[in-house]
Ligand binder design. Structure first.
Ligand SMILES: C[S@@+](CC[C@H](N)C(=O)[O-])C[C@H]1O[C@@H](n2cnc3c(N)ncnc32)[C@H](O)[C@@H]1O
Length: 238
């Protein structure tokens, strides 16, 4: 039987295998998923855009949200932590992946933004599963016992502080748990020749390099949304 050549419209150069996204494809993939028309998340996104138009783009994407729900459920996480909650979109996605006795800890500095989140956590039926602590995340982490507590982490707050969040959260993560960092492709501006001038880009680029070489974790940088750098915490040597 003749085997037909693949007809995939992928980048052709050897070793390069990806599909360039555009609005049509993004909408297609965002709609082809479980809970594609999620009323609570769609209303939260709409109200966030209305109330905080200058900041609404900080929310994670629809596909990212589903991915996190699935990751939390598939790994059996019960005690996740989120650094950077905004109006609570990603928190709903994480909380939905938890079992009945799971509890998500959210860290954020804004009462105004997270108040909107609280409203939607109640609507989504996950309010009982979420504890919110207001205040700077680095200090909040430092106050926590330095022992393996969390089994999933999502980091999405102040970019220049990402490395400090990482160092703060890592000793508090259980072996084999996942840490996900958002915006790690920094709007597609990384990988160019020459210096990066913006402090956010510098911090993200430095952390991408550090994670890839860090013997404490196994890491993979995914082109999901604005880039998710996923790390598996390796069991510590006894
Ligand atoms: C990109 S938004 C988070 C978006 C959210 N994950 C979502 O999907 O809707 C970043 C958040 O980090 C918070 N933030 C900024 N600096 C912080 C800090 N030092 N400690 C804790 N949270 C901080 C901001 O208040 C903001 O809500």
């Amino acid at each position: 039987m003749e085997i037909k050549k693949p007809e995939l419209n992928l980048q052709r150069q050897a070793g390069l295998k990806f599909v360039k996204l555009n609005e049509r494809l993004y909408n297609y993939l965002s709609d082809r998923r479980s809970r594609g028309g999620d009323a609570v998340l769609d209303q939260l996104r709409a109200e966030t855009i209305k109330k905080f138009p200058d900041y609404a783009q900080m929310q994670i994407g629809r596909d990212q949200g589903n991915f996190m729900t699935m990751m939390v459920a598939a790994t059996g996480a019960k005690r996740p932590i989120e650094i950077g909650t905004f109006t609570g979109y990603s928190a709903i996605c994480i909380a939905r992946g938890l079992p009945a006795n799971g509890r998500l800890l959210c860290l954020d500095i804004s009462k105004e933004w997270t108040d909107l989140g609280r409203k939607y956590w109640a609507r989504a039926g996950v309010a009982e599963k979420i504890e919110l602590r207001l205040g700077p995340a680095i200090e909040a982490l430092e106050r926590m016992p330095r022992k393996p507590t969390f089994d999933f982490a999502f980091i999405d707050a102040h970019k220049p502080e990402y490395d400090a969040y990482y160092e703060g959260v890592l000793p508090r993560m259980k072996p084999n748990s996942l840490i996900l960092f958002d915006n790690m492709l920094w709007g597609g501006k990384l990988g160019k020749a020459g210096p990066i001038r913006h402090e956010n880009g510098q911090a993200i680029n430095a952390l991408n390099h550090k994670l890839a070489e860090d013997p404490r974790v196994e890491s993979v940088l995914l082109s999901l949304g604005d880039g998710i750098h996923a790390c598996r915490v390796l069991p510590r040597a006894k």
